[in-house]
Each structure stands twice: as C-alpha cells, then as structure tokens.
Design a protein around this ligand. Structure first.
Ligand code: MG
Length: 159
C-alpha cells in the first residue's frame, strides 16, 4: 500500500449578478464568482487535488470549459463523477484539506455546510474533509475583491 498526494489550485473572478457558490453552498453576497460552470472555486481545487493524487490529469481535461454541456454545471455533481474515476484508478480517498481565499463575505458560518457537501460527494466521513478560509488582508487580487481562489490537497492510498 502506498500513499499519494495531489495539489489543487483554482481562481475565478468576482463579478456582480453571479451567485457565490463554494463547496456547493450558495452564499449570500453582492458579488459572485464568474466561470463556465457554477465557478465553485473550492470544489474545482478539490477535484484537481484528487485527480493529481490519482495521476488522472486535471479538471480541464475531464470537463473542458469549451463544452456546452458543462455550462452552469453544478461542481459538486462533477466531484461526484470524479470519485468513481479515482476508485477505478486503484485508490481509496483518505483525506481532503482545502483553503478558500476570499476577502468577503465571512465564510465561517458556511464552512461546516461546505465540508458536509464535499464529504457527501466523496462518500467520506465529514472528519476526513476539512475546509479553511482566509482573506487577502487588502493585498493582491483577493484583497482587492477582484477574485476568489482555493487551494486543496488530497491524500489517497493505493489499493
Ligand atoms: Mg475553476
């Protein structure tokens, strides 16, 4: 048995008149993340971390943003599709940790729901999925409220 890890990183611009969806949770906000899918930056980072750990490429190869069928896609649904691919590659999903970088709104009231959604899609106990949030402290694209980003790391074990 071997342990593998994968990293995921994603960024989407913040714009008016878009819902803010993070970890499948719709969060009240005057600005939302723009993208071809629902632009759920957290779930996208988690997907890339899982694909990385399993040696399966990246989210752009699996769900190209040039394809009409992924327009407005529910990213938690995409994550649910990734799980069997990871299992079929001979891996068990052990743990996922992630950090969302967003200046506002405060994510603390929503973190537990995000965690539950991600864990649910991966059929993992909530204890094996962690979601953290941090701000840009006024610096860079996060701090200037131009966009949101997320980092994730996945740990898998080979079967
Ligand atoms: Mg993305």
């Amino acid at each position: 048995m071997a342990t593998t890890t994968g990293i995921g990183w994603d960024v989407h611009p913040l714009v008016p008149d878009r819902p803010l969806v993070l970890g499948g949770v719709r969060i009240p906000s005057p600005l939302g993340l723009a993208g071809h899918s629902d632009a759920d930056v957290l779930t996208h980072a988690v997907i890339d971390a899982l694909l990385g750990a399993a040696g399966l490429g990246d989210i752009g190869e699996l769900f190209p943003d040039t394809e009409e069928r992924w327009r407005g896609a529910d990213s938690i649904g995409l994550l649910r599709e990734v799980r069997p691919l990871v299992l079929a590659s001979g891996h068990e999903i052990v743990h996922v940790d992630a950090t969302v970088l967003l200046e506002r709104p405060k994510l603390l009231p929503h973190k537990e729901a995000m965690r539950e959604n991600l864990a649910g899609a991966l059929e993992l106990a909530v204890v094996h999925v962690n979601v953290k949030a941090t701000r840009g402290e006024g610096m860079g694209f996060v701090g200037r409220v131009e966009g949101g980003a997320a980092l994730a790391i996945a740990t898998l074990e080979t079967r």
